[in-house]
Structures are given as C-alpha cells and as structure tokens.
Write a protein that binds this ligand. Structure first.
Ligand code: ATR
Length: 248
C-alpha cells in the first residue's frame, strides 16, 4: 500500500483525481482547499459529507462509484474522548462558522452534546449553520444549536470551548469575553503547530485546566478514513506521539 501527498492545482482538482485513479489510485484524503471540489466530484455522498458540504475522504466502491465521506467531525469527537472529555449532556462553545465548523456540529450532537453555541464574527454565517442543523436534528431529543455574534455570546456554562476560526494563522484569537471560559475544562484549537496558538495561550492564562491543538483531530480523522478504505482502525496514540516529536 502506498499513501503519499499529491500537490493538485488549486483550480483543477478533478483532473488530478482522474490521473490518480488512472495510475491505480483507490482512495484519498482531501485537504483544504479542495474539500468542496471533492464534494462536487463525488457521485455518492455520506450523511456526514452532506452535512459538512465538504468531502475529506474519497473512495471507489465495489460498484465502481466514486463515494465522498467526511471524517473530520468523528475525528474531533475521537480526540475529545482521548482527552477524556465527557460529551453527553455537555455544553460546547464553538468559535467560527467556516467549513471547519460545518463538519463537526452533527457529529458532536450524535456524541450527545446537549447545547452548542456557534459564535462568529459574521453572525449570518453562524446562523446559516445553526438553521441547517436545526432542520435535520431530531426534535424529540432535547438538543440545542444556536448562533451568536462573538461579542454577544449567551452566558452558559461552557464545558468545552473550540476555536474553529483561522485567526491563529495570523497570530490572533477570536475576541470573546473571558467569562465564557469560567466553567471550561478544555480549550481546543483546530489548528496545530510547533507552538501553542494565541487562543490556547490565552485560555491557559485565563485558568482553563487543559488545552489541546488539532493534531489529535488530524490523526483521528485519518484513522477513520483508513477504516473506510481498509476496514481496520489504526491506533491513534503512536502516530500522534511520533508527529508531536517531529513538530517540536
Ligand atoms: P474554514 O473553511 O477552514 O473554516 P473559512 O471558511 O475561511 O475557513 O472560515 C474561517 C473562519 O474563521 C470564519 O468563521 C471567520 O470569520 P468570518 O466568517 O467573520 O470571516 C473566522 N475568522 C478568521 N479570522 C478571524 C479573526 N481574526 N477573528 C475572529 N474570527 C476569525
């Protein structure tokens, strides 16, 4: 088995995929910025891919159909469990309303999270995700997803605060009030790198007991993709330790 990186031209993912298949390719992980192009290309989409409106895993099924799935959300849930967070009946604040957020809300609800507030600089984008989810969530189950402006986040006891914005790439953090971290047991940033992000440093200074970056989510989503292709779930921990050492 070979698993290697391919650099695709930004505006022509489809041809790269066809060349890959012609050379014997069976499946692929898709990174930013190609997840929407992969979503368009797939002939059949999983529920996760439909909800995320993005595909991070492609494979050809036994009928020769090109299938698109999305394991980002389950990757996050797996990582939160690895970090020993209790998700059932918890309250989660998620910052940002781009593709990263869209892919994780439904899996968080499936894991039992009771309340999710999506807060974004541009309220309308957070509202659009909340509306989409609220149309599909089973109303019998008492789960709530609401949208907020970063400056007007409802005062709830947030157990986990997740930064899904790209602000860390510019060395910034979403400007939210410190009071929202009061009950927070874990601050999570979907970005990863050698140094903690500005958001994670701020959370630490504010007294949040545990901080984690998105490296664990990266490894866990890849493990879940591997399961789709090969029917086996690789162990996350050894890969995560190896990558952490390489990044340090
Ligand atoms: P992705 O698809 O990877 O999530 P994206 O669609 O570009 O990327 O979304 C980036 C998110 O980070 C958006 O929610 C963006 O806020 P806006 O919707 O208001 O643009 C958010 N973001 C980026 N920089 C930010 C900053 N400095 N402070 C707060 N939010 C920021």
């Amino acid at each position: 088995m070979q698993y290697e990186a391919i650099l695709a031209p930004v505006d022509n993912f489809a041809d790269s995929w066809r060349e890959f298949v012609a050379a014997g390719g069976k499946g692929a992980n898709i990174t930013v910025p190609f997840k929407q192009q992969a979503y368009q290309l797939a002939e059949q989409l999983s529920d996760q891919a439909k909800q995320a409106q993005a595909v991070n895993t492609l494979y050809i099924d036994k009928y020769g159909k090109l299938c698109g799935d999305n394991t980002d959300g389950i990757g996050l849930v797996m990582d939160l469990r690895r970090l020993q967070q209790k998700l059932a009946a918890s309250t989660v604040l998620i910052l940002g309303a781009g593709g990263a957020t869209r892919g994780v809300i439904a899996p968080l609800l499936q894991a039992g999270v009771a309340n999710i507030v999506i807060a974004n600089r541009t309220l309308s984008k957070a509202q659009a995700i909340a509306d989409m989810i609220n149309q599909t969530v089973n109303k019998e189950v008492k789960q709530q997803v609401q949208a907020a402006d970063l400056a007007q986040i409802p005062d709830l006891a947030y157990n986990i605060v997740i930064n899904a914005t790209s602000s860390g790439l510019m060395g910034e953090r979403p400007l939210i009030a410190e009071k929202h971290l009061q009950h927070c047991l874990l601050a999570y940033d979907m970005l990863y790198g050698a140094e903690p992000t500005t958001f994670l440093r701020w959370a630490k200074q504010s007294g949040v007991p545990l901080q984690a970056d998105g490296l664990g989510m990266l490894v866990a989503q890849a493990a879940e993709s591997f399961y789709i292709w090969r029917g086996k779930r690789p162990e996350v921990e050894p890969v995560l330790s190896m990558l952490s050492e390489q990044l340090a």
